[in-house]
Design a protein around this ligand. Structure first.
Ligand code: C5P
Length: 415
């Protein structure tokens, strides 16, 4: 269930005897490294205590809609936005009826109304209640209304707590967790951790002045969104830019090249793919002044010292991830890009022609050629977001190919 790693699952529990199985489900989801937050209805708390679920999920359990203390922490709108998936287990007949009729009369229904995340319900109730035409009509209507955003898991048939036999049993927690994992299967980078550097760096001359460049960070931010949409957990190590933090991406701010290097190395223990799109300043002032430099003399000399090469340090590290660099060139693009691919020990390099003013640096468009081993692929000018999606797809495929090669090599070594 690798697909559940780092996924944010909002687990709704409603009132029914099957509520006790939710505890086991939380345990399985946590074991699969999902981030779980539990929301309970008043009815659910008759069957299982919030304390149990808090201990298992490692997060406070939410149940009050009109609780100012809870709203000040993580309120209903934040919870609705936070979730990658809302999973309601068990979903009672009453809950399904309230949801179908758009009622926001408790915390869980309100979150369901306010969220754009997919919603999965695992119904559990007495067989007659499940068969009742009103319940069946409610479920049918909900499916019509929600379309592809709604999933109904089960119910199973069998003997029930009340002694009846028939449909209405909640699916087993292991089955529900597996079905939830399948919902995240589509992403090419599911379960992967992608680290991206973006934007410029600033190298201090004194407390008010610095050396920097015109990088906007747009390409790196677009790559972060595309990697996230491909299912990856994304850490974006960003120099100072004027861009909003992308939703569901962890942004780590860095100002200087050395800060960016430290933040990059701190991610290597569990990084699968490292993409260096930052325009790192090649040099920094050797001795930045502690006080503002006074403009007394007509000329001023500044001694610069070379900055560490972040992508090269990462690519030569013992915990080396699949590493992708960028090359901004004005001439002989192919030759220089291929040289950097080798000298920096990269898996791939994305080269662009920065002599063209219509693409690159500050523009919204970009055209690039990607080089790796003996291959290359060119992408015509297009928006940075569309290019980012194509680049992430290509990177994901090359990453997968290298992983497959590693497995073959390891198997041959064993033989
Ligand atoms: O050597 P050059 O600056 O042309 O290489 C560009 C590539 O190297 C980019 O991927 C950039 O993010 C990375 N780089 C780096 N640290 C530096 C300089 C460049 O990570 N100090």
């Amino acid at each position: 269930m690798q697909q559940l790693a780092n996924k944010r699952i909002l687990l709704g529990i409603t009132g029914g005897i099957a509520a006790y199985k939710a505890a086991e489900l939380v345990r399985i989801l946590k074991k699969a490294d999902a981030d779980v937050r539990v929301v309970m209805t008043v009815g659910a708390m008759e069957f299982i205590t919030p304390l149990t679920l808090q201990a298992l999920s490692g997060n406070p359990v939410h149940h009050e809609l009109l609780d100012s203390a809870a709203e000040a922490g993580m309120g209903h709108i934040e919870l609705a936005r936070w979730a990658d998936l809302i999973l309601v287990t068990p979903a009672s007949a009453n809950f399904i009826a309230r949801l179908t009729n758009g009622m926001g009369d408790d915390l869980l229904t309100t979150i369901c109304l306010a969220s754009e995340a997919p919603l999965a319900l695992a119904p559990a109730m007495n067989q007659a209640m499940w068969r009742d035409p009103v319940t069946q009509a409610n479920v049918g209507h909900l499916i019509d209304l929600k379309g592809s955003k709604l999933y109904i898991f089960g119910p199973a048939e069998g003997s029930q707590a009340c002694g009846d036999i028939g449909p209405g049993r909640m699916l087993e927690p292991e089955t529900i967790a597996g079905m939830a994992a399948d919902l995240f299967e589509t992403g090419l980078l599911s379960g992967r951790h992608v680290v991206i550097t973006a934007g410029p760096t600033r190298e201090a001359i004194d407390p008010v002045r610095y050396i920097s460049n015109h990088s906007s960070g747009k390409m790196g931010y677009a790559l972060a969104v595309a990697a996230r949409d491909a299912g990856a957990r994304v850490t974006l190590i960003s120099g100072p830019v004027n861009l909003p933090a992308p939703d569901k991406v962890t942004v780590v701010p860095a100002v200087s090249a050395r800060e960016m290097l430290d933040s990059s190395l701190a991610q290597l223990s569990d990084c699968d793919i490292f993409i260096a799109s930052a325009a790192v300043a090649d040099y920094r002032p050797l001795a930045p002044q502690g006080e503002k430099i006074k403009k007394s003399s007509e000329t001023m000399e500044l001694t610069l010292i070379k900055n560490p090469d972040i992508v090269s340090t990462v690519a030569n590290h013992e915990q080396r991830p699949f590493t992708v660099g960028f090359a901004a060139e004005t001439q002989d693009i192919d030759t220089y890009a291929r040289q950097k691919l080798v000298s920096k020990n990269l898996d791939m390099i994305v080269a662009n022609d920065v002599s063209r003013s219509d693409i690159g640096f500050n523009s919204d468009e970009n055209a690039v050629t990607v080089f790796w081993s003996e291959n290359q692929q060119s992408f015509d000018p297009r928006s940075k977001s569309s290019l980012a999606m194509d680049l992430i797809e290509l990177i994901a495929h090359q990453f997968a190919a290298k992983q497959a090669d590693k497995v073959v090599t390891q198997t041959q070594e064993k033989e």
